[in-house]
Design a protein around this ligand. Structure first.
Ligand SMILES: CSCCC(=O)C(=O)COP(=O)(O)O
Ligand SMILES: [Zn+2]
Length: 210
């Protein structure tokens, strides 16, 4: 029998649905793209069902998986990218939410910086929106990983990067979009919004300099 708390699932589902509306209003989740999750406990997460309109989620569009990415208590199919969420919950108990979006800015930046392997974000006051940062006098290298339909390959690459111990709030996937995380839904939305703003600045600066 599933052992997660039903009230926690309903609260997580409502928070995920609200986040989806907020992100979709900004056009960051086109054409059923994107996926969202929130930790329920030390073995389960609530996550979006695959293929749903992420700007119009209801409780029936959110299900439970364990940290192996297996569905719990339902025959619905979880996000195609479930493993990119669950490996983060497994490796860091401080992570309470993972959000993935597909904005134009994120997608274009991922294409332009794929060859470098990262986007360097440096000298911006808005870097302080990333949890734990107290100054603009630092650089964050947002990695760009190659896209693949084989999630275990991506998990291996993300794990190798996180194993270096570098402070980390998210990453880009080439031609695909952004993953970001935080201790709860609110903090993760702030990280997504901060990365969107910082990437937009980098793209605009690049245009102005050519
Ligand atoms: C239509 S976008 C292609 C899949 C994707 O990248 C995505 O974010 C949504 O997949 P899901 O299975 O989570 O709906
Ligand atoms: Zn995606």
């Amino acid at each position: 029998m599933p052992s997660f708390d039903q009230a926690a699932l309903e609260a997580a589902a409502d928070a995920i649905a609200a986040a989806g509306r907020w992100l979709a209003q900004r056009d960051w989740t086109p054409a059923t793209s994107s996926n969202f999750s929130a930790r329920l406990d030390d073995a389960h997460a609530a996550i979006t069902v695959s293929g749903r309109d992420k700007g119009a989620l209801g409780r029936g569009d959110i299900m439970v998986v364990d940290f192996d990415g297996l569905a719990v208590g339902t025959d619905r199919k979880s996000s195609a990218e479930t493993l990119l969420h669950t490996h983060l919950y497994r490796r860091d108990p401080g992570i309470g939410c993972v959000l993935h979006t597909h904005s134009r800015v994120q997608t274009i930046a991922s294409r332009l910086y794929a060859a470098d392997g990262h986007v360097r974000l440096e000298g911006y006051e808005l870097l302080k929106a990333l949890a734990g940062n107290a100054t603009h006098e630092m650089a964050v290298d947002l990695p760009v990983f190659p896209n693949t339909q084989h999630m275990p390959d991506l998990v291996t690459q993300v794990d190798a990067w996180l194993d270096t111990g570098v402070p980390a709030w998210g990453y880009l996937i080439d031609g695909h979009g952004l993953y970001a995380w935080g201790r709860d839904v609110g903090e993760t939305l702030r990280h997504i919004e901060a990365f969107e703003f910082l990437l937009d600045c980098e793209l605009q600066l690049r245009r102005l300099r050519t």
